[in-house]
Ligand binder design. Structure first.
Ligand code: UD1
Ligand code: CA
Length: 452
C-alpha cells in the first residue's frame, strides 16, 4: 500500500441481531473482553484509515457511545430504514463526499478481519482497480453471495437468493467487506438499484455498475476463519475460539511458554513478556501485563493485574484490578489480591486476602492474613513496610500501618499502627492447666458408658 494514499473506513453496525436473543445490540457482544465493533475499529486504525464512519441503526445511543469510545474521531451516521448494504453505506454520504483515495466498507459483525487483509484490499486499488471485494471459501457456501470471476477480474457478486443453479455451484463467496476507489465510490453506490429478490440496495451490485462503466473490479481471498460473521451465540463462541488461538500463537511467538495453550484464555489486550511460563487453565481478563520471566501457575485468574519480572503467581491465585506484583514477588495458592502494590521479593504464599494495600519489598505475609479493608460503607488502606513479617491468621483492620521490619504475632487482630522493628501481639493470652487432660480422661473412663 502506498503510504501516501488516504483512506476512509465505513463500518456497518446497523444489524438487528435478533438471533443473539439479547438485550444488548449484536455488535456490542464481546470477543476476548472487547466488543466486536471495537475489534473492527481497531483493525481499521491499524490499516491506516485517516477517517472512520460508523453506521448505526435508529435509537442506538449505546452503539454510538461504544464506537466513540473505541475510536474518538469516528463520525456516527444513522441508517433509519434497513434497505440493504449499499443503502447503509450511503448513510455515510457526507463522509464519502470527502476526497479519500480509498474507501473500506466493513461489517461490525465480522470481527476477526486483520489489518493485513484490509491492506491487501487497498493494494488492489493502488494497482488500478476501482473495487476490490473480499472472497473466501467456506465449507458450506449456502446463503452467501458468490464471486463470479472471469479472466482474473470480478464480473459480478450474485446473492444466493438471486443466483441461478449454476452460480450456486461456485464455492468462492463474498465475505461482505470491500474496498472502493474514493473517486468513484459515491457514483457507483448511487447507481445501484433494488431490482432483486429482497428488494434491497445491494452493495455487491457495485461490481456490475463498475463493469458497465468499464472500470476494473477484482477480488482478494481471505481465510474463512478470518471473515466469519457472527449472527448468534454459537458463532460468537466460534469466533472467540479463533481469536483465542491467535492470541495463544502470538504470545508463544513472542517468547512465552504455554504448557497447554488450548486451556489458557486471553483478553484482547493481554501482554506476556519473554520467558513467561503460563501453566494450564489460566484466565486473563482485560488489562493484564506479565513481564519477562514471570510464572503463572495453573488455575489462576488475573484481571487488570501487572506481574513484574520473575514474580510467581498461583496455583489457584486470583489477581483483581490494581494488583501490581513487584519483581520476584510470590503470590501462592488461594490468595486474592486487589488494588495493592506488592513490593519486590515479598511473599504472600497461602490463603490470604490483600485489598487496598501496599506491601514493602521482602515482606512476608503469613497464611490466612486478611486485610479488613471495608466497613460496609468505605474502603480503607493497609500499609505494610519493607521486610515486615505478618504472622499467620492475622487480621489487619484498616486504616492501619505496619512499620518496616515489624513483626505481628500469629492470630493477631491489629487495629493500631505498629512501629518499625517492633512486635505487636493482639490475641487472647494462653492459659495452661497442668494435668487437666489426664484427669478429664480418667474421670470419663470411670463413668458407665451411655448407650446411643
Ligand atoms: C452480505 C452480502 C453477501 C455476503 C454476506 C457475508 C450484500 C448484499 N450481501 O449478505 O454477499 O456473502 O454479507 O456475510 O452485501 N446492514 C446494514 N443495513 C442494511 C443491511 C445490512 O447496516 O440495510 C449491515 C448488517 O448489519 C450486517 C451487514 O450489513 O453487518 C451485512 O448485512 P446482512 O443483511 O447480514 O447481509 P447478508 O445477507 O448476510
Ligand atoms: Ca449476514
Amino acid at each position: 500500500m502506498s503510504p501516501t494514499r488516504t483512506c476512509l473506513a465505513i463500518v456497518l453496525a446497523a444489524g438487528e441481531g435478533t438471533r443473539m436473543k439479547s438485550a444488548r445490540p449484536k455488535v456490542l457482544h464481546e470477543i476476548g473482553g472487547q466488543s466486536m465493533l471495537a475489534h473492527v475499529l481497531g483493525a481499521v486504525a491499524k490499516a491506516g484509515a485517516q477517517a472512520t464512519a460508523v453506521v448505526i441503526g435508529p435509537d442506538r445511543a449505546d452503539v454510538a457511545a461504544a464506537a466513540q469510545k473505541a475510536a474518538p474521531q469516528a463520525q456516527i451516521f444513522t441508517q433509519t430504514e434497513r434497505l440493504g448494504t449499499a443503502h447503509a453505506v450511503l448513510a455515510a454520504k457526507a463522509a464519502l463526499a470527502q476526497p479519500y483515495d480509498d474507501v473500506l466498507v466493513l461489517f461490525a459483525d465480522t470481527p476477526l478481519v486483520t489489518s493485513e487483509t484490509l491492506s491487501r484490499l487497498r493494494d488492489a486499488l493502488a494497482d488500478g482497480a476501482v473495487l476490490a471485494a473480499l472472497g473466501f471459501e467456506p465449507d458450506d457456501p449456502t446463503g452467501y453471495g458468490r464471486l463470479l470471476v472471469a479472466n482474473g477480474e470480478l464480473v459480478a457478486i450474485r446473492e444466493h437468493k438471486d443466483a441461478s443453479e449454476a452460480e450456486r455451484q461456485v464455492g468462492l463467496c463474498n465475505a461482505g467487506l470491500m474496498a472502493l476507489s474514493g473517486k468513484h465510490a459515491l457514483s457507483l453506490l448511487e447507481a445501484i438499484g433494488n431490482n432483486n429478490v429482497q428488494k434491497e440496495f445491494y452493495l455487491t451490485d457495485a461490481v456490475e455498475v463498475a463493469r458497465k462503466a468499464k472500470l476494473k473490479a477484482v477480488h482478494v481471498v481471505a481465510a474463512a476463519q478470518e471473515v466469519m460473521g457472527v449472527n448468534d451465540r454459537v458463532q460468537l463462541a466460534a469466533a472467540d475460539a479463533v481469536f483465542q488461538n491467535r492470541m495463544r500463537e502470538n504470545s508463544m511467538r513472542e517468547g512465552a511458554t504455554l504448557t497447554a495453550p488450548e486451556t489458557v484464555f486471553f483478553s484482547h489486550d493481554t501482554k506476556l513478556g519473554r520467558d513467561v511460563l503460563v501453566e494450564p487453565n489460566v484466565v486473563f481478563g482485560p488489562g493484564c501485563v506479565v513481564e519477562d520471566g514471570a510464572i503463572i501457575h495453573a488455575f489462576s485468574h488475573l484481571e487488570g493485574a501487572t506481574v513484574r519480572g520473575g514474580a510467581t503467581v498461583g496455583p489457584f491465585a486470583r489477581l483483581r484490578p490494581g494488583a501490581d506484583l513487584g519483581k520476584g514477588a510470590k503470590v501462592g495458592n488461594f490468595v486474592e489480591i486487589k488494588s495493592a502494590l506488592v513490593g519486590a521479593g515479598a511473599k504472600i504464599s497461602h490463603l490470604t486476602y490483600i485489598g487496598d494495600a501496599s506491601i514493602g519489598a521482602e515482606a512476608n505475609i503469613g497464611a490466612g492474613t486478611i486485610t479488613c479493608n471495608y466497613d460496609g460503607y468505605n474502603k480503607f488502606k493497609t500499609e505494610i513496610g519493607a521486610g515486615a513479617f505478618i504472622g499467620s491468621n492475622s487480621s489487619l483492620v484498616a486504616p492501619v500501618k505496619i512499620g518496616d521490619g515489624a513483626y505481628v504475632g500469629s492470630g493477631s487482630v491489629i487495629t493500631k499502627d505498629v512501629p518499625a522493628d517492633s512486635l505487636a501481639l493482639a490475641r487472647g493470652g494462653q492459659v495452661e492447666k497442668a494435668g487437666w487432660a489426664a484427669r478429664f480422661r480418667a474421670d470419663m473412663a470411670s463413668r458407665p458408658k451411655k448407650r446411643p
